[in-house]
Design a protein around this ligand. Structure first.
Ligand SMILES: Cc1cc2nc3c(=O)[nH]c(=O)nc-3n(C[C@H](O)[C@H](O)[C@H](O)COP(=O)(O)O)c2cc1C
Length: 394
């Protein structure tokens, strides 16, 4: 089956399931503990209904938006994801280039395989996500490198104070010191195209970390060094130091509580991403969709509020805009796309999402995505019955 035959992000996910060994697919797909949060994320988007208006001219539909003084082709981008090179060689670069050429942001992960410098070369519009290292000298150097590479937006992920418990990975032996089980290795034999590429290319380096690891460290040793630096104690004080150093746009990723959202503004953030890390970190976390109205209200229009976790359709992105999100991001679907088809997969993913957004907007009678607002959200069952929801407790 060719990439053009893939109709939806679900199809791209199935293509990745065929291409990748189960242990790698599980690494991408898995969530924390019982994966309740993972399911909750998707259910929350499914629960948002869009209320169409009729008899309007929708012959032209515009999905472009402005953010931080730039025009983007559509209000979506690719969430940061670590260790993508295990899916396909140079996956970071392939995703970054495809997103850049389509006029969309790609977020390079703190635990990326591609280096800041290599990614900035193919995608100068990329954003860089920082996992704060324990050693503040490394942190400062990484921020310096991002600025010197010309990147304009730094995203600090704040929802990983500690490693989570992802049981798929533990069962597959996909945790340090990486000893895949015999069953996992035998299963990999059923994915010869991936296996051949892996044997040819070997384990990818965490390139951003290579220069801080001991001289001559191999990829596993660099990963071990990275692990010794993860995760630093992160507080608002550390954020203040980062704000002091970084002159560009500073975003916080992983905000769920309205008070943290308000505090982010006071701490000098230029934007926040409402996220539960795609259900990978805390199985009891609420979905970003559930928290979004209160977070958005707490920010009160002072900075852009963005969202990720569970997005699979262009209409999800339209619904996000109707809630008040400036931008939406997708993680897993982009990795599935690049794993299965390389850059052609990412291009296909972008085309599918743009087409689905246009379909939704035209059917809603809202020809410009900039005009999306709460008036297009159908009342929830709770509102219909006149029930008011209490604000969260402090
Ligand atoms: C394989 C994988 C690796 C990830 N690595 C990172 C990371 O290094 N930094 C980070 O901030 N988020 C990371 N995330 C979380 C994503 O940035 C994003 O929040 C999440 O995937 C969004 O949910 P979705 O996958 O349902 O779209 C990772 C997610 C996946 C699937």
């Amino acid at each position: 089956m060719g990439v053009e035959q893939e109709l939806s992000l679900h199809d791209l996910k199935e293509a990745a399931r065929r291409y990748l060994p189960k242990m790698v697919f599980d690494y991408i797909e898995g969530g924390a503990e019982d994966e309740t949060c993972l399911r909750r994320n998707r259910a929350a988007w499914d629960g948002l209904q869009l209320l169409p208006r009729t008899l309007r001219d929708v012959s032209q539909v515009d999905v472009s938006v402005e953010l931080f003084g730039r025009t983007y082709a559509a209000p979506f981008g690719i969430s940061p994801m670590g260790m993508t090179g295990i899916c396909r060689r140079d996956a970071d670069l392939l995703m970054a280039k495809a997103a850049h050429e389509a006029g969309l942001p790609f977020l390079l992960a703190g635990a990326s395989n591609g280096s800041i410098e290599r990614v900035a070369e193919v995608a100068p519009s990329a954003w860089y996500q920082l996992y704060v290292p324990k050693d503040s000298a490394i942190r400062k150097d990484m921020i310096r490198r991002a600025a010197e590479a010309g990147l304009e937006t730094l995203v600090v992920t704040i929802d990983v104070p500690i490693y989570s418990k992802r049981e798929r990975d533990i069962k597959n032996g996909w945790v340090r010191p990486y000893k895949p089980t015999l069953a996992a290795k035998l299963e990999a034999l059923r994915h010869p195209a991936w296996l051949l590429a892996y044997l040819r290319n070997g384990i990818p380096y965490l390139e951003n970390w290579q220069q801080y690891a001991p001289d001559g460290a191999n990829p596993i040793e660099v990963a071990s060094f990275y692990a010794t630096q993860s995760f630093a104690i992160q507080t608002w004080d550390v954020l203040a130091e980062i704000r002091e150093q970084w002159r560009g746009n500073l975003l916080l990723k992983g905000v769920l509580h309205p008070e943290d959202a308000a505090h982010s503004v006071e701490a000098g953030a230029d934007g926040i991403i409402v996220s539960n890390h795609g259900g990978r970190q805390f199985d009891r976390a609420p979905s970003p969709v559930t928290m979004f109205p209160q977070v958005h209200a707490a920010v009160a229009g002072r900075i852009p509020v963005m969202v990720d976790s569970g997005i699979m359709r262009g209409s999800d992105i339209v619904a996000a805009r109707c809630m008040g999100a400036s931008f939406a991001f997708l993680g897993r679907p982009a990795l599935y796309a690049v794993a299965a088809y390389g850059s052609a997969g990412v291009e296909r993913l972008i085309a599918i999402l743009q087409q689905e957004m246009k379909l939704a907007l035209a059917t809603m009678g809202c020809p410009n995505v900039r005009d999306c607002g709460p008036e297009y959200l159908a009342p929830s069952a709770g509102e219909q019955s006149g029930r008011k929801f209490a604000p969260p407790r402090a």
